[in-house]
Design a protein around this ligand. Structure first.
Ligand SMILES: *Cc1c(COP(=O)(O)O)cnc(C)c1O
Length: 404
């Protein structure tokens, strides 16, 4: 067998479909977000503005976070030194877990090395511990939840996106005595829509199901203390398990769940994705702790974030660009074609110094390719008018679809 050939073919088939991913090599500028230096293969550099970061509030450069990281480096050194079981438990990660449990008004929390790992480890373990369990999963759930459901080995039912009626049909058809988990997200990050959390909780009560809510694109951003959409809507106590990341709005890295003491203790005790891996570094834990603490007290960043997103949506609409009317901070501009989406993105970067990664299949369905803009409190009016002018130019040059 010619092994190299198999892999060359695998790459070629992605290229044929216009979904071969090219990464942009950047150095972000602390203190000058969202500016960054792009490093080209020629060795040249270019100054660019980032418009697609999930560091939604710029917390990755917040002075409190950077100070906490520097102090922790001096105090603890670089790594955790092991898994939580073997020498890797640290005071700062325990403090972080207490802070996160409090953020969601839950008894306990557990920190993982990433949000992806937290979803995969938790869902797979829940499914193994609940005998004959069925997991009901929204069709647009993130890859990490899909993996978790698959690794649980449970029967799964996929319900239509954010569709309470379809979910109820599925719940009705399952033997009432079987354990059930409804797994969904609050903010869906590609369309920027929000799930009907209350309706899903009502259905969970009616049919005796647990609820598992991914608030990755909402923690830090919604609710009076940044607990997420469930906090904003007063529903946190109705969610069995909440999951979030420390890598997006909190600006650092890591993932977590919050829930009852027994559930969190079970995941701690049974999930291999938690047990058999080196603990998140104490440095990053300290940074995340500072970020969570800051955003619990400060509403300023959340208000500015919402204002910036609303302003940008208005400017794009005025310019006749096909922006999805999202109810959140996410601003998708539709291209509807993989090749054109990549071309638009390349042009914006090369010629306008605007970094907007193309979003193609399988992140979104084929034919729904788009540019996903994530304005932050640090994207000022000048940057916004530059962006809108560049998009209008590119739309004209590539003859892309205008707003309907
Ligand atoms: C990014 C993402 C994750 C994974 O979080 P990381 O901390 O980046 O691993 C989980 N769920 C959703 C919906 C996401 O978008």
């Amino acid at each position: 067998m010619n092994y190299e050939h198999v892999f060359a073919q695998a790459i070629q088939s992605l290229k044929d479909e216009n979904r071969y991913r090219v990464f942009t090599e950047l150095g972000r500028h602390a203190g000058n977000f969202p500016k960054a230096t792009r490093h080209l293969s020629s060795g040249d550099t270019q100054e660019v503005t980032i418009w697609c970061s999930n560091d939604y509030l710029g917390m990755g450069q917040h002075p409190d976070v950077l100070t906490a990281i520097k102090d922790a480096t001096d105090r603890y050194g670089a790594g955790a030194g092991g898994t939580r079981n073997i020498s890797g438990n640290t005071h700062v990660i325990c403090e972080l877990e207490r802070e996160l449990a409090d953020l969601h008004g839950k008894e306990s929390a557990l920190v993982f090395t990433s949000g992806f790992v937290s979803n995969d480890a938790t869902l797979s373990t829940l499914g193994k511990l609940l005998p004959d369990c069925v997991i009901l999963s929204d069709e647009l759930n993130h890859a990490s939840m899909i993996d978790g459901v698959r690794h649980s080995g449970c029967e799964k039912r996929i319900f239509r996106h954010n569709d309470a009626r379809d979910l109820e049909e599925k719940l009705k058809s399952i033997d009432p005595s079987r354990p059930k988990i409804i797994a969904f997200e609050s903010v869906y990050s590609m369309d920027g829509d929000i799930s009907p959390i209350k309706e899903f909780c009502d259905l969970a009560d009616k049919y005796g199901a647990m609820t598992y809510l991914d608030e990755v694109h909402a923690v830090g951003l919604y609710g009076p203390r940044g607990g997420g959409v469930a906090e904003r809507e007063g529903l946190m106590d109705r969610i069995t398990i909440m999951e979030g990341t420390l890598g997006k709005a909190f600006g650092v890295v890591g993932g977590f769940i919050t829930s009852s003491r027994n559930i969190v203790d079970s995941i701690r005790s049974y999930a291999s994705g938690f047990i058999f891996t080196t603990t998140l570094s104490p440095i990053m834990s300290a940074g995340a702790l500072a970020s969570v603490r800051h955003l619990k007290k400060s509403q300023l960043e959340r208000d500015q974030h919402q204002e910036r997103a609303a302003t940008l949506k208005g400017l794009l609409m005025d310019a006749g660009l096909p922006v999805l009317p999202s109810v959140t901070h996410i601003v998708p501009v539709m291209v509807y074609d993989a090749n054109l989406c990549k071309q638009a993105s390349d042009m914006l970067l090369e010629e306008y110094g605007i970094y907007l990664q193309p979003i193609n299949y399988p992140t979104v369905p084929r034919g729904e390719e788009r540019l996903r803009i994530t304005p932050t409190p640090f994207h000022d009016d000048t940057m916004m008018s530059e962006l809108v002018a560049a998009l209008k130019d590119v739309w004209g040059r590539l003859d892309l679809r205008q707003a309907a």
